[in-house]
Every structure is written in C-alpha cells, then in structure tokens.
Design a binder for this molecule. Sequence first.
Ligand code: CO
Length: 184
Amino acid sequence: MLRPIVAVGNLALHTKARKVSQIDRSVQRLIDDMIETMRAAPGVGLAAPQVGVPLRLAVIEVEDKVYVIVNPEIVKTSDEYEPDEGCLSVPGYWGRLKRYEKVSVRARDRAGKECRINAEGLLAQALQHEIDHLDGYLYVDRMREQMGDAWVEEFKKSPPPRKREVDQQEQQKRVRRPAGEVPE
Ligand code: CO
C-alpha cells in the first residue's frame, strides 16, 4: 500500500524517532509499504518518519538491491566528499553538502537479524541521509550546519542531476524493451 510522504515542516520529520522494539507484523507491513512508496516516488531511500511513523527504520534501494535498516547506527566513517543530494520530503530542490565517502552501519534487517553494511558512494550517502531522518535532521539542516547562512545560495531549485539521469535511463530502458514484453 502506498503511504503519503510528508513534507518539510511536518513534526515527524523534525523529531528524533524511537527505537523499534519488536519487528512484528505491523512493522513488516510498514516495511513493505515503504519499499512500495519509495519505488513509486521514485527515490533511493525512505525513512519511516517520512510516512509519519516515528520509528528508527528506513529502506534504501541502490543498484537493484533493497536494504532494510532497523535501529541503524553508524559505527565507522571515512573521508568526506561533497555529493549532490535531494529528498522526497523536500520536493523540487537539491543541494550539495559534505558526507562521508564510506560508512559502516550496524542494524537489524527485516527478519530482526543483526547485520553490518560496509558502504561507499551512493549507498553510503543514502545511509547517512536516512539515518539523519531518524534523528530529525533533513539534508538542508546539515547544509545550514556546515555553511551557515551561505547554505541558501547552495540550495537549488529543480530536481537533483542524479534524478534526471535516472529518468533518462528509465526512458532508454523503455525504448529498448522489445515489443510485447510486459513491463515489470
Ligand atoms: Co530524505
């Protein structure tokens, strides 16, 4: 089931989320809904507060692999870089900010099993972005923290370049699909 994504200004996005105590049927249902909602948006990641649920849980999809992170914690970081970033809760904008290039995250997966994700690049960025959501931070809050008032000049209207690239790839895929094949 698709769930509405709340936008900047909604209290759920600006509050520290609670730990998930048990991955029961309602949490499983929430995970399924969040994956569906993320794909429909489309987005690289979605945190529970973005659908108005104040729990420490997020989903990410990078290179066709879905990551479900429950009660995640960043346990190791590397050097910083400055990628472009956008957020489904701040539609129509993007900005550039400092993120760690690599992170190691400890979390539970959808089965409740403890797991560790060693990530770099887009996946590492998405992990930091989603974990920020669980602490009540949006990327624009990080931009403000990192560059003070100058952040406003760095905040750009229009979708992030990455999204445009993804859209183009999607279009090419559609063009390449042989006639008669049913889109998945
Ligand atoms: Co976001």
